[in-house]
Design a protein around this ligand. Structure first.
Ligand code: SAM
Length: 282
């Protein structure tokens, strides 16, 4: 089937378009199509987006957009959207996810302008899928603050959340954040996903202390997603373990229930499985 739609223009409105986080092959067919047919591209950095468009053989007017710049650039883009198709991209990945766009989308929706989204690469989700950490519940909390007190307050505020935490972190600060985790949450599993989709992609898992030692000895380069498994239940006695197993057995097989309780408590999975079979038999 031939597709000649790139010659036709798009209905006016806002198109939120995800772009690759490293590997250019990760752009979607739909993203390419919309970039070819749109009228204007709003971006964070015209040089970065200019390079991507050049790679795709596309030439479009670029307008720099930043949620923090005074409303002027937003007003200008809203004006375009009333009559033209405006694409919003960020330097890499999904716009709005630790990137500009939230206010633009809000204003466009409030005005009743058509807004649609073209999903694609997102470092947080790519890191989660690679980490091997539980993904039934997760919380993305953006960048870890750089200052020590703010970082400690931020991490403390997340400490009781029963979910895998997904954070963005930088190489120079990673060891310090891991040091905090080693001190305060020593039992939780941690994964560092680095340079996702790029040549030197790496995902390293372990305790915060093991990872801190590793990255202190060889400081990491490139972009990083830091993932922290759910909290471990502390000082679990037999009655607690039985209660957790009984709860898990309501919806899962014995092996799955044992694995879940082992993850939550740090107790031995085989012993929990044996106990789950006993509870099942009762
Ligand atoms: N909107 C982007 C997304 O959808 O992932 C995130 C933008 S945020 C400004 C940039 C941060 O995302 C980086 O500092 C890093 O923490 C993370 N990141 C982006 N690309 C990455 C990659 N290829 N590998 C690991 N982390 C990445």
């Amino acid at each position: 089937m031939t597709d000649d739609r790139s010659d036709t223009s798009l209905p006016s409105g806002l198109y939120i378009v995800a772009t690759p986080i490293g590997n250019l092959g990760d752009i979607t067919l739909r993203a390419v199509d919309v970039l070819k047919r749109c009228d204007v591209v709003a971006c964070e950095d015209t040089r970065v987006t200019g390079k991507l468009l050049k790679h795709l053989g596309v030439s479009k007017p670029l307008i720099r957009y930043d949620d923090h710049s005074e409303g002027r650039s937003r007003d200008k883009l809203l004006q375009h959207m009333r009559e033209e198709a405006v694409v919003l991209v960020s330097d890499a990945g999904t716009p709005l996810i630790s990137d500009p766009g939230y206010r633009l989308v809000r204003d466009a929706r409030e005005e009743g302008l058509p807004v649609t989204t073209l999903p694609g690469a997102c470092a947080a989700i790519a890191g989660l899928t690679l980490s091997g950490l539980p993904n039934d519940r997760f919380l993305f909390a953006g960048f870890v603050p750089s200052k020590e007190k703010a970082r400690a307050d931020f991490l403390q505020s997340l400490s009781d959340i029963d979910a895998t935490l997904i954070l963005y972190e930088t190489g120079p600060r990673l060891a310090k954040t891991l040091g905090f985790l080693a001190e305060h949450w020593p039992g939780r599993e941690v994964a560092v996903a680095r340079e996702l989709t790029k040549l030197h992609e790496e995902c390293r898992s372990g305790s915060a202390n093991e990872l801190r030692e590793h990255y202190e000895a060889s400081p990491p380069r490139g972009e990083i997603v830091l993932l922290i498994g759910p909290p471990i239940e502390e000082s679990v006695d037999e009655a607690d373990a039985d209660r957790l197993l009984a709860e898990a057995l309501e919806t899962q097989k014995a092996s799955q229930a044992a694995a879940e309780v082992a993850r939550k408590t740090g107790l031995d999975r085989k012993a929990l499985y044996a106990r789950a079979m006993e509870l099942r038999g009762k």
